[in-house]
Design a protein around this ligand. Sequence first.
Ligand code: SF4
Length: 307
Amino acid sequence: MLERRSRHIEELADYEPAIAKQFVASAREFEYLCDESSDPLMEDEHELVRGLIHKYENRVLCLLTAECAAYCRFCTRRRMVSDIERGAVKEEDIGRWVDYLQEHPEVKEVILSGGDPFVVPSALFRFSVERISSVPSIKVLRIGTRVPVTAPELVNEEKLEVISSLRQPVYIGIHFEHPAELTEATIDAVVRLRRAGAILYSQTVFLSGINDDYETLHELFSRLTEIGVRPYYIYRCDPVAGAGHFRADFAKERRIMTALRKNLSGLACPTYVIDTPRGSGKIPVPLEFWDADCSVYRDFCGDIHSL
Ligand code: SF4
């Protein structure tokens, strides 16, 4: 995966080690562990139309671009992000997505992702969002982004206007890892998205040496709740090839999440999950309130995995 940092991230990384560690490439990305894969969630296998992934019955993922404003070194899609050729989505591709959605009325929800859908030109953003939302069976639109953190200026008036104009609720999942990301410009982008009518939630990945401690996550989730972003999921870092050094200790993660569940309001505490390696879904991890054997778990397909 290429290295890319926006000006906003460059400035933050200069004085915040937690930011630099996320975005500056290291030689450790060449250390591969035996349980890792370039596509741990098996998305390629479910790509039924170019850029459209259909894994779960009632929702699909549409990858609008392979580009991001800055590349996170632990990205689950590091096999494809920054691959400009693969990620070059055109209006014809979006037309094929719409055909697929019309042929599959059981799909009620579209998740626009990438890459980062907010980095595409505003005209393509408008075209894709308006075409998808025009399909009568689509009841919910979700957009996954990290732009409020990496390049808040890309949350521009044209995109906000598109979001405001839709008939469906628009849920925007913003990827946050550390309280240092909550700069004035980021908070301003969050407020503008809220004012445009979007419902905001966060996604976080446990990252060794970056956020795998109680105080950091307590501050992150409290402050997100205060600015109107509902903490939604915190993931165990996927076994993606080249990101093994970011994976935190599992027992430590459970301990931290148990303490957070005791002390944060339910609203501020996200669900701690493992995205199952063969791509069958997100399995909640039992916290230490239960005497559970957490060395093995069963996924949505009934297959058993060990940690
Ligand atoms: S913004 Fe999202 S898609 Fe882009 S590199 Fe970071 S984690 Fe991957």
